[in-house]
Design a protein around this ligand. Structure first.
Ligand SMILES: [Zn+2]
Ligand SMILES: [Zn+2]
Length: 244
């Protein structure tokens, strides 16, 4: 069974806030949902070094809810480090984290398209997207992996009750705020499974069309090491506009 741990920063997938340059895929405070800006940088939880907050106050308020998953994440990462010798790349957990951060907007878009959430929003409750990566020997951090395969699985594929509880918490929060729930993308390599919960706004707020070439787009950006993915959309005149 792979070791699961959560993505460093919860991301959301929604209408752009006014200050944002990028259109989608932001980091949000795990307590209040505020979006990180270039001015107010978030602080990481000192325990797991993965969850992030807009302020010390939010971190304090969140601690009773975060404690269990925090300790779980810490022990998962420790056990990965312990077994690191058996992997070709001992920094694989760290590199996976970097990969997910660098490609956040791409991964949010790919998950949304793969589960066809624009057309069938209820898929979000049932399914998750798995992206299996193969390690690469490449000096550039964002090019240390290539995409080996992708598949859609039942959410129950994640057997870890603490990780599931954490996803459930994000689901509830997202729905309370009018969204459809937390989209789950699992990025896996060498027995490590990084869980990316992406909180999604209602489809009515998202103008993207249903495209089926998400896998090709994913390959293209990952292989070329490009981290400047922009959402792809159909313009008002019906022309398809690629983000690359
Ligand atoms: Zn906050
Ligand atoms: Zn923590």
């Amino acid at each position: 069974m792979p070791a699961y741990y959560s993505q460093p920063a919860a991301a959301n997938y929604s209408s752009p806030p006014p200050h944002a340059q990028k259109q989608r895929g932001y980091r949000i405070c795990d307590q209040c949902g505020q979006v990180e800006t270039p001015v107010v940088r978030f602080r990481l939880c000192g325990g797991c070094m993965v969850t992030q907050y807009c302020s010390q106050e939010c971190q304090k308020v969140h601690w009773p809810h975060h404690k269990a998953i925090c300790q779980h994440t810490t022990s998962q990462i420790a056990s990965i480090k312990q077994h690191a010798a058996s992997y070709p790349d001992e920094n694989i957990a760290k590199n996976l984290r970097k990969f997910c951060s660098a490609h956040t907007s791409l991964l949010c878009w790919v998950g949304f398209q793969a589960l066809q959430l624009k057309r069938v929003p209820s898929n979000i409750r049932q399914h998750a997207l798995i992206i299996d990566l193969a390690p690469h020997n490449h000096p550039e951090g964002q090019r240390r992996f290539s995409v080996a395969s992708t598949r859609i699985v039942k959410r129950s594929y994640i057997g870890d009750p603490l990780v599931l509880a954490d996803i459930q918490r994000r689901d509830d929060r997202c729905r309370q705020n009018g969204g459809i729930g937390a989209l789950v993308v699992l990025v896996q390599c060498a027995g490590i499974s990084q869980v990316m919960p992406i909180e999604v706004d209602p489809p009515s707020k998202i103008s993207w069309d249903t495209r089926e070439d998400w896998a090709a787009v994913l390959h293209h950006f990952v292989e070329s090491g490009r981290t400047d993915f922009q959402p792809i959309s159909t313009t008002a005149r019906g022309n398809i506009q690629y983000g690359y």
